[in-house]
Design a binder for this molecule. Sequence first.
Ligand code: GLC
Length: 440
Amino acid sequence: MSSYVTRKTPGDTKWFTASRFGMFIHWGLYALPARHEWIKNRECITEEKYQKYFEHFEPDLYDARAWAKAAKAAGMKYAVLTTKHHEGFCLFDSKFTDYKATNTPIGRDLVKEYVEAFRAEGLKVGFYYSLIDWHHPHFTIDMIHPRRNDPDAFEQNQDRDMKIYAQYMRDQVTELLTNYGKIDILWFDFSYPHHQVEPGKEWMRGKGKEDWEAEKLIATARALQPDIIIDNRTEIEQDLWTPEQYQMTEWVKHKETGELVTWEACQTFSGSWGYHRDESTWKSPEMLIRMLVNTVSLGGNLLMNVGPTARGEFDDRAKNALAVYERWMHFNSRSIYNCTMAEPELLETLPPDCRYTQSQDGKRLYIHLFAYPFKHLQIKGLAGKVEYAQFLHDGSEILMDEGKVKHFSEGAAKADDLLVLNLPPVKPDMIVPVIELFLK
Ligand code: GLC
């Protein structure tokens, strides 16, 4: 058994840490302008001007089953969909707003279809819900609000009451956790109490747990679905820590206690969460696979994002990226599911350019080759510990030697604790080849 123990939290994280890989889906009206999901903020777009996207929202090609199949094929075990993003538009049929998909030309509850389709594929279902809302009339104007530069922004705020908005969130979370069956993850986003404000504009301060009435909001969610996994972006710690667009170099720890926590890195295929037509920093296949491996090697999950188009499909670039995971996971998912960071004494033996993961039962160690060595993978410290070695993708034996590299050359390595894996000279056709070691 893995000896790593994480901080105890209220939700059920067991299935989550076994799953390791999920799909984030950012979808909303911003898919139409197709230039980032923060466009309303970035371009300070008024309600009146943003309305055209609402009026033209008709994702006629949306087929939630196709999304679910694509996620499953890529090896993802769960998904998190933006039921509402910062723009305030709801993909679900809420009684508490008219600003919802059912009132657009598509006229359907898109969240319902998502839930049913993903569940039918055996995937766990998560909801992202934005704490920020740039449409709600009671969400006060602050330094990231699209109305922040209006000369009368201060005056506009006098009629706004965050208490009414906090109640609105509780009402919507109640709907989301009542009308769609069991929901596995609730992903709130995000708090920003310490964002800088210009001098003299203190009233534009950022928002945090008091503004959201986060305690009540979380209590509302827990009362409805006690096992649900909740992230910590309300500013109140719950089950999940969520480093964003960042590659960790160690297991995420609790700030005060230093305990290890359950964590999930979220990443995008390109530089935007929402569909961005002209953005071109798409990650290479190598980088995609490495991110997944690197995350699991540090005891985390990876939530990889897709931004569907305004027609309701994953575009070809996203499909290609998913295909990279599909092929790799087909052969190598055993080093990902039910795996975690290798035990400390094994980690000490980690050869250069490699990442280890270890099965949670402790019996197998997986070596991921980020760079392919010439003929011999030399691992100091593993001699005597390995019963059998094979490539994971084809189950072909890898011959082992102990104590020295069997090679005529002057300088060939020798050491009592040396394990030598004899590799073929040509790298297998895998972006990251994986070697599976059966430990004694
Ligand atoms: C952010 C952004 C956002 C995205 C999220 C995902 O904080 O505001 O657009 O939804 O991160 O983690």
